[in-house]
Ligand binder design. Structure first.
Ligand code: WTA
Length: 644
């Protein structure tokens, strides 16, 4: 890199004007390796720097960033801050019950908690490379455990604590976890959830899991398996608060996180250490324009990628203060989010459109009772934000003074890919706007031709590797290649459609595969169909998404019954179907509507034509498209006549 480029890129860790954005984007496109290496050199602590910035084997879809560099991500997220801001609050823990005192955990305290936890893991036989499952509510122990794994080089696999025991056991087995960290239970608004019981059921089915560490949260009685179960607080008492950080290779896995695919079982996306760190830190700094005294709050659950990247790693790598909220937006009332913003003087607030839509339906007095003047930036993530929700967020929460960053990204991308930079990129409702420097989006036609120019739409792909991308599907690199790199050879295919407007802004139009985003949760329809089809009265099923006022999309199931099922009461069957889904996957995958039909529309080759079912469920039947390849065109009319 020439020295003038280097000076430019150095000052660009924080992009604070449109001119800088345009310049730095150009630099990043001309020479992505030099761009990322400059960002990486100047803003992180390395034990040894890299021999090569990027190794890209296109044929094998194998990418390595910062080759042979050595580091530990916890030295970057914790240790390096201790000298300059040890007393600064790293985490504000806001409990479910507003009457319970919030905790302010400083960077010094965070270091001690993480080290102690790291020693607990070691004392329980966990070594570098071992996999640890984390099934915890949003309590500080969750963050401590993730960072403790990273400290000693263990790989964490966080499973969202709303998944069922079956979903949990299959994830434990797929990742071959040796140990699980859970809690006696969790609070959810006015209710409690018996987490330990769910874990006990899951562990009946996990032959290689040896140890279950249990955090005390709700102080209820729990069942105990001697030899396997241990109270976390007791283990912590015997553990030292000092623990050397393990030296990790840039490409050593940091974590596995499962995401739904359009077919088959969930995919364990593997994120590695250095690239993920550089990418989440850089995007956090820019998309939230974080300044030293800001209090930043992302409302996601850490069980999803948003929580991993933008509650834990991105903010802590920047020495930020990050809020961890245990509760729900509706408890004790619908003003809770606004109360927390007021209470902790939150400057950046990052949430999902589904939450915005639900809160926008409530009386405005829930908002107006609270002082929201601390807010500077609002964020949205997880699904397209509709125009109405965008305006409500802008008018009533941001008071028209806070730019909204509509951030598009995925579990697989590790961090934010397309987003405005607040106070830099002019925003436009429903548009994620422009790519982050280093990200090269392209739109493709189904036939594999790139669509150039503006005012076009197509399938969204990324043309060049970026440091935060998932490297593989755990234990199944073929599936990684097939899912992401085979549709358009050489390009990463996102599964989303997008349009590019007259100035080059991107708007994400939604999934173009069989994944449905329900309340911001990514759900593959195939595993839900598999779950339903296990019901003895059911012959076949097809699930599609349809527009829903609050959830964005909801699930619609078309079900055919076996002879024995045809005599059954439909409402009872509907209940049983949703019970089955809750048991196999979790309540988030329940169907909103279930229509019993005589048969499903199929092509001559026997494939269910979901495109038509999607249109019927969405009441968008004016143009059904080509139905000439259907084996049984009559059923379409019948299904449409009885649509729910
Ligand atoms: C969707 C969440 C429109 C998209 C970080 C993507 C969005 C999927 C947006 C990934 C957005 C996420 N606008 N759609 N701003 N953000 N999506 O893996 O369909 O849980 O492919 O990652 O959510 O969901 P995931």
């Amino acid at each position: 890199m020439t020295s003038s480029l280097k000076v430019l890129a150095d000052s660009y860790y924080n992009i604070d004007s449109l001119e800088k954005y345009i310049d730095v984007y150009r630099i990043s496109k001309q020479d992505p390796e030099d761009f990322w290496s400059t960002i990486a050199t100047n803003n992180f602590h390395w034990r040894k720097t890299w021999d090569k910035v990027l190794e890209w084997d296109k044929k094998e879809s194998k990418v390595e960033w910062f080759k042979n560099a050595k580091l530990n991500i916890t030295e970057n997220c914790i240790d390096r801050h201790l000298r300059t801001r040890g007393e600064k609050t790293a985490i504000i823990f806001e409990p479910n019950d507003p009457k319970e005192k919030a905790q302010h955990i400083s960077y010094n305290e965070l270091a001690q908690h993480v080290n102690r936890m790291a020693n607990v893991l070691k004392n329980n036989g966990i070594k570098k490379g071992d996999k640890v499952c984390i099934y915890l509510p949003m309590i500080p122990a969750l963050t401590y455990t993730m960072l403790a794994c990273a400290r000693i080089g263990a790989i964490h696999s966080v499973v969202f604590a709303g998944f069922s025991s079956k979903a949990l056991s299959s994830r434990i087995n797929d990742a071959d976890c040796k140990l699980i960290v859970t809690a006696d239970g969790s609070y959810r608004g006015s209710k409690t959830v018996d987490l330990k019981k769910i874990v006990d059921e899951a562990l009946l089915d996990t032959p290689n899991l040896e140890t279950c560490l249990v955090a005390k949260r709700i102080h209820d009685k729990v069942e105990w398996v001697e030899g396997r179960d241990k109270w976390l607080h007791e283990e912590l008492m015997n553990a030292s608060s000092e623990c050397e950080a393990e030296e990790m290779d840039a490409e050593d896995p940091l974590f596995i996180l499962y995401t739904s695919g359009s077919t088959g079982t969930p995919k364990g996306m593997v994120h590695t250490t250095a690239g993920y760190m550089v990418f989440t830190a850089f995007t956090f700094k820019n998309v939230f324009q974080y300044k030293n005294d800001d209090v930043y709050w992302c409302t996601a659950d850490i069980g999803w990628i948003t929580g991993h990247s933008y509650i834990v790693y991105g903010p802590l790598a920047n020495g930020a203060t990050t809020v961890m909220f245990e509760g729900v937006p509706s408890y004790p009332d619908y003003g809770r989010f606004w109360d927390v913003i007021d209470k902790h003087k939150v400057s950046q607030f990052y949430t999902a459109p589904t939450a915005i839509r639900a809160l926008a339906k409530q009386d405005l007095s829930f908002v107006d009772e609270h002082d929201l003047s601390s807010l500077k930036i609002l964020g949205s993530v997880g699904e397209p934000i509709n125009e109405e929700a965008w305006h409500w967020y802008n008018d009533h929460i941001g008071k028209k003074k806070c730019p909204i960053v509509d951030t598009w990204w995925q579990t697989e991308t590790g961090g934010i890919m397309i987003s405005p930079i607040p106070y830099v990129t002019p925003t436009k409702p429903t548009y994620a706007t422009l790519p982050i420097p280093g990200i090269q989006p392209v739109l493709m036609e189904a036939n594999g031709v790139e669509i150039k120019g503006n005012q076009v739409d197509g399938k969204l792909c990324i043309a060049y590797p970026w440091p935060g991308m998932a490297r593989t599907v755990y234990n199944n690199h073929e599936r990684y290649k097939e899912t992401y790199f085979s549709t358009f050879p050489g390009l990463y295919f996102t599964g989303d459609g997008a349009l590019r407007d007259e100035v080059g802004y991107y708007r994400i139009t939604g999934r173009v595969d069989d994944v449905v985003i329900v309340s911001g949760h990514n759900l593959g329809t195939a595993p839900i169909e598999d779950a339903i089809n296990e019901h003895q009265a059911i012959a076949e099923s097809a699930i599609v998404g349809f527009p829903h006022e609050i959830k964005g999309s909801a699930l619609y199931g078309y079900v055919t019954l076996k002879d024995e099922g045809s005599k059954r009461d439909h409402d009872n069957l509907r209940k049983e179907i949703n019970q089955l889904i809750t048991a196999k996957i979790g309540p988030i995958a329940k169907l909103d509507k279930i229509q019993f039909v005589n048969s499903l529309p199929k092509t001559r080759s026997g494939k269910i034509m979901r495109r038509i079912l999607r249109k019927i469920a969405s009441r968008d039947t004016e143009n059904m498209g080509d139905t000439s390849t259907l084996l049984n065109p009559d059923v379409v009319e019948e299904i449409n006549k009885n649509v729910l």
